[in-house]
Structures are given as C-alpha cells and as structure tokens.
Write a protein that binds this ligand. Structure first.
Ligand code: ADP
Ligand code: MG
Ligand code: MG
Length: 199
C-alpha cells in the first residue's frame, strides 16, 4: 500500500531530479520553445517541496492536491497548469484514504492524465508531455520500473514528431528533430516513482 509519505517522497524525488536536470530541460526548450522549461519546473517543484514540509498533508490525496495547487500558482508557463492539473486531479481521485493500492494509484493517475488531455487538448503524437504520460499510465499496472521505461521511451519517441500543441507548434515542420521538453520532464516525474518506492 502507498501512504502519504510515499507521495511526499515522490514529490521530493521529482524536485531533486528536476534540480539535477534543469539545464537539460531548458536546453530542450531552446530550439522549439522559449528556453524556460527547466527553470519553470525548478521554481514549481522547489515550492512544492517547501509547502509539503510546512503544511504536512496527511493523506495521499491531500499531498498531491496541495502539490498541484502549488504548481499552478508558481509556474507561469503552460506546464504549470498542466502538471498542476495532473497532480490535483490524481489527488482528487484518490479521495481521503490514508493508504491506496498500486491499482488505485494507477487508476487515479489515468484520471489525472485524462484531465490534462481535456485541459490542453493534446492527443498522443502531438509532441507533448502526453506522449510520455499515456504510455506510463498504461505500464503502471505492471510496475513502477515498467512505467519509468515506457515514459522515457515515449519522451524519446517525440523527437521525429511535428508539434501540434503548445509553443513548439508555432514552428511547424521546424519542430521535427527535437525532443519535447515536457515529455522529457514527464519521464523524470514518472522515474521518481521508482525512487520513492526505493526500488
Ligand atoms: P511554455 O511553453 O509556456 O514556456 P514550458 O516551457 O514550461 O511552458 O512547457 C512546455 C511544455 O508544455 C511542452 O514541451 C509540452 O510538453 C507541454 N505542453 C504545452 N502545451 C501543451 C498542451 N496543450 N497539452 C499538453 N502539453 C502541453
Ligand atoms: Mg517554455
Ligand atoms: Mg515560457
């Protein structure tokens, strides 16, 4: 079973990973965006870490809902409301249970990813974070490690795609040949689950 501490560790591990990879994320956002994805997420997850420490939410759902709200209020870019919605809606789907099963979490994350699709209007293949999140959710029933590998493969598979959503879509065909920064950061978020589980 997964308790509030597990979800806190997930957010802390994501924050650490975003800190380590911020330059790479910003570099990916340079040719097909505005070179701020690493700093956007660094600001956001630093605030998430701080607010979780300060407020100490006691259930899985409350941890994710608070993290999501914090991302929405601290990240100016497109990714803030999108990741914020992902975590908020996943948290909401977990309700107020003190512990949730792997299956309940997988189902809740699927609800969160659907909310991101509704908010941003992106489908798989549009070269966005959705291209990492959808395969991750599909593999989550198997294991966190399988989800991590699926998310990473999904992120890498965005390179040959032409962007149809977000800032990169303004470039049309010139967006081809670059990995989507949001798909790369979504792969980090999913990889942090493996760390949180201590696997
Ligand atoms: P901004 O583009 O406002 O500078 P970021 O650089 O932080 O914001 O985030 C860009 C990432 O957000 C993209 O790489 C993409 O993965 C994701 N993104 C942008 N628009 C959408 C959308 N409509 N649906 C899903 N993801 C999106
Ligand atoms: Mg950007
Ligand atoms: Mg921006």
């Amino acid at each position: 079973m997964l308790d509030a501490d597990f979800f806190r560790r997930w957010m802390t591990a994501t924050a650490a990973s975003v800190d380590r990879e911020a330059d790479r994320l910003t570099d990916l956002d340079s040719p097909i965006g505005d070179a701020d994805h690493g700093s956007n997420l660094q600001r956001g997850f630093t605030a998430v870490r701080a607010t979780l420490e300060k407020e100490g939410p006691g259930t899985p759902g409350a941890v994710l809902a608070l993290a999501g709200r914090q991302l929405i209020s601290t990240v100016g870019g497109a990714s803030g409301p999108l990741y914020g919605t992902l975590l908020r809606r996943t948290g909401k789907a977990l309700g107020d249970a003190a512990e949730v099963s792997d299956e309940q979490f997988a189902e809740a994350l699927r609800t969160g990813v659907e909310a991101v699709r509704t908010l941003g209007g992106a489908a798989p293949g549009d070269k966005t974070m959705i291209d990492a999140l959808v395969p991750a959710v599909d593999a989550l029933g198997e294991s966190f490690a399988a989800a991590r590998d699926a998310a990473r493969a999904g992120a890498e598979a965005t390179t040959p795609l032409q962007a149809r959503k977000g800032r990169a879509s303004y470039l049309g065909e010139r967006s081809v040949g670059h990995q989507d920064p949001g798909a790369a950061s979504a792969a980090l978020l999913i990889a942090a689950l493996v760390e949180a589980a201590g696997e």
